[in-house]
Design a protein around this ligand. Structure first.
Ligand code: ADP
Ligand code: GN1
Ligand code: MG
Length: 367
Protein backbone atom coordinates (compact mmCIF):
# COMPACT_ATOMS: atom_id res chain seq x y z
CA UNK A 1 0.00 0.00 0.00
CA UNK A 2 1.22 3.53 -0.72
CA UNK A 3 2.71 5.25 2.34
CA UNK A 4 0.18 8.10 2.28
CA UNK A 5 -2.72 5.62 2.49
CA UNK A 6 -1.03 3.87 5.39
CA UNK A 7 -0.59 7.27 7.07
CA UNK A 8 -4.34 7.90 6.71
CA UNK A 9 -5.14 4.55 8.35
CA UNK A 10 -2.65 5.17 11.14
CA UNK A 11 -3.98 8.69 11.87
CA UNK A 12 -7.38 7.27 12.79
CA UNK A 13 -5.83 5.33 15.68
CA UNK A 14 -4.60 8.38 17.61
CA UNK A 15 -6.52 10.24 20.31
CA UNK A 16 -7.39 13.31 18.24
CA UNK A 17 -10.80 14.79 17.35
CA UNK A 18 -12.74 12.60 14.95
CA UNK A 19 -13.03 15.16 12.12
CA UNK A 20 -11.78 15.20 8.49
CA UNK A 21 -8.07 15.95 7.97
CA UNK A 22 -5.97 16.77 4.90
CA UNK A 23 -2.77 14.68 5.09
CA UNK A 24 0.41 15.70 3.22
CA UNK A 25 4.13 14.88 3.31
CA UNK A 26 6.03 17.49 5.32
CA UNK A 27 9.55 18.76 6.10
CA UNK A 28 13.09 17.98 4.91
CA UNK A 29 14.16 15.15 7.22
CA UNK A 30 16.44 12.43 5.79
CA UNK A 31 15.27 9.63 8.07
CA UNK A 32 11.62 9.46 9.13
CA UNK A 33 8.56 9.83 6.88
CA UNK A 34 6.77 12.93 8.12
CA UNK A 35 3.18 13.99 7.39
CA UNK A 36 1.17 17.02 8.45
CA UNK A 37 -2.48 16.50 9.38
CA UNK A 38 -4.52 19.65 8.82
CA UNK A 39 -8.10 19.60 10.14
CA UNK A 40 -10.60 20.95 7.65
CA UNK A 41 -12.33 22.96 10.42
CA UNK A 42 -9.24 25.11 11.03
CA UNK A 43 -8.39 23.61 14.44
CA UNK A 44 -4.87 22.63 15.54
CA UNK A 45 -2.80 20.46 13.13
CA UNK A 46 -0.66 17.41 14.01
CA UNK A 47 2.56 15.80 12.83
CA UNK A 48 2.40 12.07 12.06
CA UNK A 49 5.66 10.20 11.52
CA UNK A 50 6.69 6.75 10.45
CA UNK A 51 9.83 6.04 12.46
CA UNK A 52 12.46 4.82 9.99
CA UNK A 53 12.83 1.04 10.35
CA UNK A 54 16.22 1.26 8.58
CA UNK A 55 17.56 3.61 11.26
CA UNK A 56 15.73 2.48 14.41
CA UNK A 57 15.44 -1.21 15.15
CA UNK A 58 13.65 -0.71 18.49
CA UNK A 59 10.99 1.99 18.04
CA UNK A 60 9.55 1.19 21.48
CA UNK A 61 12.88 2.32 22.95
CA UNK A 62 12.88 5.47 20.81
CA UNK A 63 9.42 6.30 22.16
CA UNK A 64 10.30 5.57 25.78
CA UNK A 65 13.28 7.93 25.51
CA UNK A 66 11.09 10.54 23.81
CA UNK A 67 8.41 10.42 26.51
CA UNK A 68 10.97 10.87 29.29
CA UNK A 69 12.93 13.59 27.53
CA UNK A 70 9.87 15.62 26.44
CA UNK A 71 8.58 15.47 30.03
CA UNK A 72 11.89 16.88 31.31
CA UNK A 73 12.04 19.56 28.59
CA UNK A 74 8.46 20.66 29.28
CA UNK A 75 9.23 20.98 33.00
CA UNK A 76 12.36 23.01 32.24
CA UNK A 77 10.38 25.36 29.94
CA UNK A 78 7.70 25.84 32.61
CA UNK A 79 10.36 26.52 35.24
CA UNK A 80 11.76 29.45 33.27
CA UNK A 81 8.21 30.72 32.69
CA UNK A 82 8.27 29.70 29.02
CA UNK A 83 5.46 28.02 27.10
CA UNK A 84 5.94 24.22 27.25
CA UNK A 85 3.54 23.73 24.31
CA UNK A 86 5.73 25.83 22.01
CA UNK A 87 9.17 25.16 23.50
CA UNK A 88 8.90 21.36 23.69
CA UNK A 89 7.24 18.59 21.70
CA UNK A 90 3.99 17.02 22.97
CA UNK A 91 3.52 13.34 22.18
CA UNK A 92 -0.10 12.49 21.28
CA UNK A 93 -1.09 9.01 22.48
CA UNK A 94 -3.19 6.44 20.68
CA UNK A 95 -6.85 5.95 21.62
CA UNK A 96 -5.72 2.98 23.74
CA UNK A 97 -3.16 5.15 25.56
CA UNK A 98 0.00 3.69 24.00
CA UNK A 99 2.62 5.94 22.44
CA UNK A 100 2.94 4.50 18.94
CA UNK A 101 0.98 2.47 16.40
CA UNK A 102 2.29 -0.42 14.29
CA UNK A 103 1.22 -0.74 10.64
CA UNK A 104 0.79 -4.06 8.85
CA UNK A 105 4.38 -3.98 7.52
CA UNK A 106 5.65 -3.73 11.11
CA UNK A 107 6.69 -0.06 11.06
CA UNK A 108 6.01 2.23 14.00
CA UNK A 109 4.06 5.50 13.77
CA UNK A 110 3.85 8.34 16.28
CA UNK A 111 2.13 11.68 16.52
CA UNK A 112 3.08 15.05 18.00
CA UNK A 113 1.19 18.32 18.23
CA UNK A 114 2.14 20.58 15.32
CA UNK A 115 3.95 23.63 16.64
CA UNK A 116 2.29 26.38 14.64
CA UNK A 117 3.76 29.67 13.39
CA UNK A 118 7.26 28.21 13.20
CA UNK A 119 9.74 27.59 10.40
CA UNK A 120 12.73 25.27 10.07
CA UNK A 121 15.70 26.28 7.90
CA UNK A 122 18.32 24.42 5.89
CA UNK A 123 20.81 27.30 6.16
CA UNK A 124 20.98 30.17 8.65
CA UNK A 125 19.89 33.45 7.09
CA UNK A 126 21.93 35.57 9.48
CA UNK A 127 24.57 35.24 12.18
CA UNK A 128 21.88 36.20 14.69
CA UNK A 129 19.70 33.29 13.59
CA UNK A 130 22.57 30.84 14.02
CA UNK A 131 23.51 32.39 17.38
CA UNK A 132 19.93 31.82 18.53
CA UNK A 133 20.07 28.16 17.47
CA UNK A 134 23.34 27.84 19.41
CA UNK A 135 21.52 29.14 22.47
CA UNK A 136 18.69 26.64 21.94
CA UNK A 137 21.07 23.67 21.73
CA UNK A 138 23.14 24.98 24.66
CA UNK A 139 19.96 25.35 26.71
CA UNK A 140 18.92 21.86 25.69
CA UNK A 141 22.23 20.58 27.09
CA UNK A 142 21.64 22.38 30.40
CA UNK A 143 17.97 21.34 30.63
CA UNK A 144 19.03 17.69 30.48
CA UNK A 145 22.14 18.02 32.66
CA UNK A 146 20.48 16.15 35.54
CA UNK A 147 18.51 13.69 33.41
CA UNK A 148 19.30 10.10 34.50
CA UNK A 149 21.41 9.04 31.52
CA UNK A 150 21.34 5.37 32.52
CA UNK A 151 17.57 5.28 31.84
CA UNK A 152 18.07 6.22 28.18
CA UNK A 153 18.24 3.51 25.55
CA UNK A 154 21.01 3.73 22.99
CA UNK A 155 18.59 3.98 20.04
CA UNK A 156 21.39 3.66 17.48
CA UNK A 157 24.39 1.94 19.04
CA UNK A 158 27.76 3.54 18.22
CA UNK A 159 25.99 6.45 16.53
CA UNK A 160 28.94 8.85 16.76
CA UNK A 161 31.66 6.24 17.20
CA UNK A 162 33.75 7.54 14.31
CA UNK A 163 36.22 4.62 14.27
CA UNK A 164 33.21 2.27 13.96
CA UNK A 165 31.82 4.46 11.13
CA UNK A 166 35.23 4.23 9.44
CA UNK A 167 35.19 0.43 9.76
CA UNK A 168 31.69 0.33 8.21
CA UNK A 169 32.93 2.54 5.38
CA UNK A 170 35.91 0.26 4.72
CA UNK A 171 33.59 -2.74 4.75
CA UNK A 172 31.23 -1.12 2.21
CA UNK A 173 34.25 -0.23 0.11
CA UNK A 174 35.53 -3.80 0.12
CA UNK A 175 32.09 -5.22 -0.77
CA UNK A 176 31.25 -2.54 -3.35
CA UNK A 177 27.81 -4.14 -3.87
CA UNK A 178 26.71 -1.61 -6.50
CA UNK A 179 30.05 -1.42 -8.35
CA UNK A 180 30.21 2.31 -7.61
CA UNK A 181 33.71 2.34 -6.10
CA UNK A 182 35.75 3.10 -9.21
CA UNK A 183 33.47 6.03 -10.12
CA UNK A 184 34.29 7.91 -6.92
CA UNK A 185 37.93 7.05 -6.15
CA UNK A 186 38.99 10.64 -5.38
CA UNK A 187 36.30 11.14 -2.77
CA UNK A 188 37.06 7.77 -1.18
CA UNK A 189 40.75 8.69 -1.00
CA UNK A 190 39.90 12.02 0.65
CA UNK A 191 38.15 10.19 3.49
CA UNK A 192 40.77 7.45 3.81
CA UNK A 193 43.59 10.00 3.94
CA UNK A 194 42.08 11.40 7.16
CA UNK A 195 41.46 8.07 8.89
CA UNK A 196 44.22 8.59 11.48
CA UNK A 197 42.13 11.30 13.21
CA UNK A 198 38.97 9.19 13.59
CA UNK A 199 39.68 8.29 17.24
CA UNK A 200 40.34 11.80 18.59
CA UNK A 201 37.03 12.04 20.47
CA UNK A 202 36.51 8.37 21.34
CA UNK A 203 40.03 8.33 22.84
CA UNK A 204 38.93 11.17 25.14
CA UNK A 205 35.97 9.07 26.32
CA UNK A 206 38.20 6.04 26.86
CA UNK A 207 40.84 7.93 28.87
CA UNK A 208 38.27 9.77 30.98
CA UNK A 209 38.97 13.34 29.83
CA UNK A 210 35.63 13.67 28.01
CA UNK A 211 32.64 12.63 30.17
CA UNK A 212 29.47 11.30 28.56
CA UNK A 213 26.46 13.57 29.04
CA UNK A 214 22.90 13.48 27.73
CA UNK A 215 23.17 14.97 24.24
CA UNK A 216 20.91 15.40 21.21
CA UNK A 217 23.31 14.00 18.61
CA UNK A 218 21.51 15.37 15.53
CA UNK A 219 21.72 19.14 15.89
CA UNK A 220 21.07 20.32 12.34
CA UNK A 221 19.51 23.76 12.12
CA UNK A 222 16.36 22.18 10.67
CA UNK A 223 15.95 20.25 13.92
CA UNK A 224 15.13 23.43 15.76
CA UNK A 225 11.87 25.24 15.08
CA UNK A 226 12.18 29.02 14.82
CA UNK A 227 9.39 31.44 15.64
CA UNK A 228 7.98 32.51 12.27
CA UNK A 229 7.84 36.20 13.23
CA UNK A 230 10.86 36.81 15.46
CA UNK A 231 12.98 33.95 13.97
CA UNK A 232 14.07 33.15 17.52
CA UNK A 233 14.92 29.49 18.13
CA UNK A 234 11.95 28.08 19.98
CA UNK A 235 11.91 24.31 20.14
CA UNK A 236 14.49 21.57 19.65
CA UNK A 237 12.86 18.64 17.82
CA UNK A 238 13.93 15.26 16.36
CA UNK A 239 14.63 13.61 19.71
CA UNK A 240 15.19 10.10 18.30
CA UNK A 241 18.91 10.11 18.99
CA UNK A 242 18.96 11.71 22.45
CA UNK A 243 21.49 9.44 24.16
CA UNK A 244 24.63 9.65 26.24
CA UNK A 245 27.18 11.48 24.08
CA UNK A 246 29.61 14.38 23.99
CA UNK A 247 28.86 18.12 23.79
CA UNK A 248 31.42 18.03 20.94
CA UNK A 249 28.94 15.97 18.92
CA UNK A 250 26.14 18.51 19.34
CA UNK A 251 28.34 21.53 18.79
CA UNK A 252 30.11 19.84 15.88
CA UNK A 253 27.05 18.60 14.02
CA UNK A 254 25.42 22.03 14.21
CA UNK A 255 28.57 23.62 12.77
CA UNK A 256 28.86 21.01 10.02
CA UNK A 257 25.38 21.92 8.83
CA UNK A 258 25.03 25.62 9.55
CA UNK A 259 28.56 27.05 9.15
CA UNK A 260 28.64 25.93 5.53
CA UNK A 261 27.90 28.53 2.88
CA UNK A 262 25.78 26.03 0.92
CA UNK A 263 23.19 23.36 1.65
CA UNK A 264 24.18 19.71 2.09
CA UNK A 265 23.22 18.73 -1.44
CA UNK A 266 24.44 21.77 -3.37
CA UNK A 267 25.52 20.66 -6.87
CA UNK A 268 28.02 23.49 -7.41
CA UNK A 269 31.01 22.59 -5.24
CA UNK A 270 32.49 26.03 -5.77
CA UNK A 271 29.77 27.47 -3.52
CA UNK A 272 30.88 25.48 -0.48
CA UNK A 273 33.02 27.28 2.07
CA UNK A 274 33.42 27.15 5.83
CA UNK A 275 32.07 30.33 7.39
CA UNK A 276 34.11 31.48 10.37
CA UNK A 277 31.59 34.27 11.19
CA UNK A 278 28.79 31.69 11.39
CA UNK A 279 31.00 29.43 13.50
CA UNK A 280 31.69 32.33 15.86
CA UNK A 281 27.98 33.17 16.15
CA UNK A 282 27.02 29.59 17.02
CA UNK A 283 29.91 29.24 19.50
CA UNK A 284 28.80 32.46 21.20
CA UNK A 285 25.19 31.32 21.57
CA UNK A 286 26.02 27.78 22.60
CA UNK A 287 28.64 28.80 25.15
CA UNK A 288 26.46 31.55 26.62
CA UNK A 289 24.09 28.81 27.71
CA UNK A 290 26.26 25.72 28.20
CA UNK A 291 29.74 27.19 28.76
CA UNK A 292 29.37 27.09 32.54
CA UNK A 293 28.92 23.32 32.67
CA UNK A 294 31.86 22.42 30.41
CA UNK A 295 35.42 21.65 31.56
CA UNK A 296 38.37 23.27 29.71
CA UNK A 297 38.98 19.90 27.99
CA UNK A 298 35.38 19.81 26.81
CA UNK A 299 35.61 23.37 25.48
CA UNK A 300 38.77 22.42 23.55
CA UNK A 301 36.95 19.37 22.15
CA UNK A 302 34.24 21.50 20.50
CA UNK A 303 36.22 22.46 17.36
CA UNK A 304 37.41 18.86 17.12
CA UNK A 305 33.73 17.92 17.13
CA UNK A 306 33.12 20.20 14.14
CA UNK A 307 35.87 18.43 12.21
CA UNK A 308 34.77 14.99 13.38
CA UNK A 309 31.05 15.38 12.65
CA UNK A 310 31.81 16.70 9.15
CA UNK A 311 34.21 13.84 8.49
CA UNK A 312 31.87 11.23 9.96
CA UNK A 313 28.70 12.47 8.27
CA UNK A 314 30.41 12.65 4.88
CA UNK A 315 31.72 9.14 5.35
CA UNK A 316 28.22 7.95 6.30
CA UNK A 317 26.79 9.46 3.09
CA UNK A 318 29.53 7.74 1.08
CA UNK A 319 28.98 4.43 2.87
CA UNK A 320 25.28 4.63 2.03
CA UNK A 321 26.08 5.44 -1.61
CA UNK A 322 28.42 2.45 -1.87
CA UNK A 323 25.85 0.22 -0.12
CA UNK A 324 22.95 1.10 -2.46
CA UNK A 325 21.25 3.97 -0.57
CA UNK A 326 19.47 2.00 2.12
CA UNK A 327 19.60 4.57 4.94
CA UNK A 328 19.26 8.26 3.99
CA UNK A 329 16.29 9.43 1.89
CA UNK A 330 17.49 10.27 -1.63
CA UNK A 331 15.82 12.19 -4.45
CA UNK A 332 18.24 11.18 -7.25
CA UNK A 333 20.77 8.42 -7.93
CA UNK A 334 23.92 10.30 -6.92
CA UNK A 335 22.36 12.23 -4.01
CA UNK A 336 24.48 10.58 -1.34
CA UNK A 337 27.62 10.97 -3.45
CA UNK A 338 26.97 14.69 -3.89
CA UNK A 339 26.47 15.00 -0.12
CA UNK A 340 29.72 13.11 0.56
CA UNK A 341 31.68 15.32 -1.87
CA UNK A 342 30.24 18.41 -0.21
CA UNK A 343 31.17 17.34 3.32
CA UNK A 344 34.72 16.66 2.14
CA UNK A 345 34.89 20.06 0.44
CA UNK A 346 33.68 21.72 3.65
CA UNK A 347 36.17 19.73 5.70
CA UNK A 348 39.12 20.77 3.51
CA UNK A 349 38.18 24.43 3.94
CA UNK A 350 37.51 24.05 7.67
CA UNK A 351 40.97 22.55 8.21
CA UNK A 352 42.54 25.91 7.32
CA UNK A 353 40.84 27.48 10.35
CA UNK A 354 41.71 24.95 13.09
CA UNK A 355 43.58 27.46 15.26
CA UNK A 356 40.96 30.21 14.89
CA UNK A 357 38.22 27.72 15.79
CA UNK A 358 39.95 26.77 19.02
CA UNK A 359 40.77 30.39 19.95
CA UNK A 360 37.15 31.42 19.39
CA UNK A 361 35.79 28.74 21.74
CA UNK A 362 38.34 29.63 24.42
CA UNK A 363 37.48 33.31 24.07
CA UNK A 364 33.69 32.89 23.97
CA UNK A 365 33.58 30.66 27.05
CA UNK A 366 35.20 33.44 29.05
CA UNK A 367 32.95 36.19 27.65
P1 ADP B 1 13.73 13.38 10.53
O1 ADP B 1 14.35 12.48 11.54
O2 ADP B 1 13.32 12.68 9.31
O3 ADP B 1 14.60 14.56 10.27
P2 ADP B 1 12.10 15.23 12.10
O4 ADP B 1 11.50 14.77 13.41
O5 ADP B 1 13.24 16.14 12.18
O6 ADP B 1 12.38 13.93 11.21
O7 ADP B 1 10.92 15.94 11.29
C1 ADP B 1 11.10 16.39 9.95
C2 ADP B 1 10.67 17.85 9.81
O8 ADP B 1 9.28 17.97 10.15
C3 ADP B 1 11.39 18.81 10.73
O9 ADP B 1 12.60 19.27 10.19
C4 ADP B 1 10.36 19.93 10.89
O10 ADP B 1 10.42 20.82 9.78
C5 ADP B 1 9.03 19.20 10.83
N1 ADP B 1 8.45 18.90 12.16
C6 ADP B 1 8.63 17.76 12.89
N2 ADP B 1 7.92 17.78 14.03
C7 ADP B 1 7.24 18.96 14.04
C8 ADP B 1 6.29 19.57 14.95
N3 ADP B 1 5.89 18.96 16.06
N4 ADP B 1 5.78 20.79 14.62
C9 ADP B 1 6.15 21.42 13.48
N5 ADP B 1 7.05 20.90 12.58
C10 ADP B 1 7.58 19.68 12.85
C1 GN1 C 1 19.90 12.65 9.51
O1 GN1 C 1 17.02 12.89 10.77
P1 GN1 C 1 17.74 14.06 10.20
O2 GN1 C 1 17.42 14.33 8.76
O3 GN1 C 1 17.53 15.25 11.10
C2 GN1 C 1 20.75 11.77 10.41
C3 GN1 C 1 21.90 12.58 10.99
C4 GN1 C 1 22.74 13.18 9.86
C5 GN1 C 1 21.82 14.01 8.96
C6 GN1 C 1 22.55 14.53 7.76
C7 GN1 C 1 19.11 9.41 12.84
O4 GN1 C 1 19.31 13.68 10.28
O5 GN1 C 1 22.73 11.77 11.78
O6 GN1 C 1 23.75 14.00 10.37
O7 GN1 C 1 20.70 13.21 8.49
N1 GN1 C 1 19.94 11.20 11.47
C8 GN1 C 1 20.02 9.90 11.79
O8 GN1 C 1 21.76 15.48 7.13
O9 GN1 C 1 20.81 9.12 11.23
MG1 MG D 1 15.24 16.03 11.51
Amino acid sequence: MELLSVAKDMAARFAIPDIPYAIKGYGNGHINDTFRLTPEDGSAPYILQRISPAAFHHPEQVMENMLGVTRALRQAAAKRCGDPDREALSVIPLKDGSSFAVSSDGSAWRMTAFIARTVSKDLPESEEMFLQSGRAFGRFQCDLADYPAQTLYETIPHFHDTPARLAAFEDALAKDVCSRREGCRDVIDGYLARASRAGELTDGIANGTLPLRVTHNDTKLNNVLLDEETLEALCVIDLDTVMPGLPAYDFGDAIRFGASTAVEDERDKAKIRFSLPMYTAFARGYLQEAGGMLSPEEVDSLPVGAWMMTYECGMRFLTDYLSGDTYFHIACEDHNLVRAVNQLTLLEDMERYAKDMLDICRREVRA
